[in-house]
Write a protein that binds this ligand. Sequence first.
Ligand SMILES: [Zn+2]
Length: 365
Amino acid sequence: MVWKPRPEPCVPAGERRRWHDSDTSSQPFTKMIFSRLLLLSALLAGPLAAAQERSTAAATLPIADAHFHLMLYMTPAALKERMDRHHIRWTVSAGAIGSPSAGSPASRDAAVRDLLGGRFVPAVGGAEARQAELRVGARFYTDLPGTDRDAALRRIDEQMAIQPRVLAETFPNAETSSVDPVRQRRVATDGPYFRSLMAIAARQGLPVPMHMQFHRESVAELSQLLQDHPDGQVLLSHCGKDTRAADVRAMLDKHANLFCDLSYRGAPLASDESRRDPNRLIFWGPGLLQAAGMKDDWRQLIEDHSDRFMVGIDDVHTWEIYDQTVLAIRQGVLAQLTPATAEKVAWRNAARLFRLPPVDAPAPN
Ligand SMILES: [Zn+2]
């Protein structure tokens, strides 16, 4: 069937023509369509050009990776090569993975620091807490003072005094979000261990990174901790892991000393987990059937609290996933934000929070 447009009601009956008529009387209509198309393309050209500009800028912005674990397959040289390739100016350790053959987390982080200097900040405290928890269980975090907790905190305090160092990721609540069975539990975020850690970190002017799912008790305890330590700061690892934007907004509105890293909240890392819990995925890179993007309520939250967010690569099991994660960060996060916010989230906020030193930009390639 040949499709025929219905006559425009505003065109007088005597002047009605089918659109393919070639006589001159159809020209006003053709002109009108043409001028509307011109207007439409002019209206679209601005935003499209701006989006293209943001995407181009996001492709090369310097990045501070605020949450990174050196995996067993990674060597310091290979990490440096990847950081240079992707314009990643700094990497902040959240605790290296160690093994009897590869070395302790501290020695592996130290080897990267030896090669990268000011571009890499080693982490302390992860192994101490985990070993103590293996010995005495979760009461390590909450019970009355004991020799295990005292010894661990003393060791962490001594190591943190040798700057530059940061605290490794801590796990007050990883009930359903850790592959490590030791951490699949919830302990009081405002218990004695975390209170001591806040005091140690505050002495160095550094944040306590916390992997904390947003169980309502955990949230209430975190509020209490932040309120009782106004000079301390908490960096929510994975921005709360299973949070909705509104949950995080309420906490950021309430506590000026709370920050968020967006590690493990994008594709491909969070893709599997998001099938059972869609909240876990916030952004994604470009794919075969999908343009890069970010959930709109999160984009708005980051714009509204642009001084509180940073990006991180976290634990990637191959270098290819490292590459894909950086691409998702650039096109799914940074390219979605206004230029000023993108720059803050890419590196300025992390540089301020972790007091990262100025370093020479990696050579472009
Ligand atoms: Zn992590």
